[in-house]
Ligand binder design. Sequence first.
Ligand code: NAP
Length: 296
Amino acid sequence: MTEAGAARRLEGGPIAAEIRNAVAEDVATFRADTGRAPGLAVVIIGRDAPSTVYLEQILRGCAKVGIEARFVELEGEATEAAVVGRIDELNADPTVDGVIVQMPLPPTIRLRSVIDAIDPDKDIDGIHPLNAGLLRLGYDGFLPATAHAAVEILRRSGIELEGKEAVVIGRSAVVGMPAAFLMLKEDATVTVCHSRTRDLAAHVARADIVIVAAGRPGLVDGAMLKPGAVVVDVGINVVEGRLVGDVDFDSASAVASAITPVPGGVGPLTNALLLTHLVRAAQRHAAASPVSSGTR
Ligand code: NAP
């Protein structure tokens, strides 16, 4: 039993480092087997979007493990047809194993057109409807990296999930819903809450595990939690120039048995897991077209 105020910090950094080391080994093996590096294309629409900083981080992470990653830049005024056309070219390019597209899209470009355009076999952030459907059915597809990280940090920290009451706050297609399906796959009993949930506090009070992905700073605090609950804070918010999650860390730490910090929890793991998805895509492509193998 953890004493009040002594919640274990579930740090993503060390787990991410372990994952990156394993990825670097897999990349070296892949290069030796195929004579090429796994390749990632990051489609950027307008260089000055705030998420460019995050995408540059991904590029640096790729370089460190030997993945060839590059920006494919389109002007901020690019038409939907131009974006879809560029994605088609990347789908056909055998040196590209994974494609991610900078979000949010400019308002003139429909999200659905872009996600439908990505080849599901190159959709390493699991946004294509086919991959979402595979997850829904419990089959193996590409998972959205953030949702994957939210559950993986629990698994790798040895938190028991089977039979536990889990509350996921947020129902977005990229975070909340996939996290809920992953928790179901881990045999937790899952409740999904959202902005129209009538009594959020009542749901949270029952939860053994709370995954918060709402983008609302301070949405969950210690007074709402069941003593000993485990809290995963996916939120990323900037408040008065400081990066904070959706959970009031200090009050929650006094009641929870374990909690992820922001920054330093889910975030680092998200980037590392994305690399594992890319290597998996590359391995699948190499297996499907063995003629590209240097040994044949
Ligand atoms: P989103 O698309 O805006 O979805 C937010 C969800 O939270 C919606 O389902 C919304 O409900 C729900 N919500 C909003 N206010 C609520 C409230 N007061 N009570 C209960 N539910 C509420 O956001 P997202 O893309 O899923 O991202 C969620 C958070 O994760 C954001 O802070 C984002 O920055 C962060 N994020 C983190 C990472 C990472 O690597 N750590 C990666 C991506 C995103 P409705 O559906 O009813 O509107």
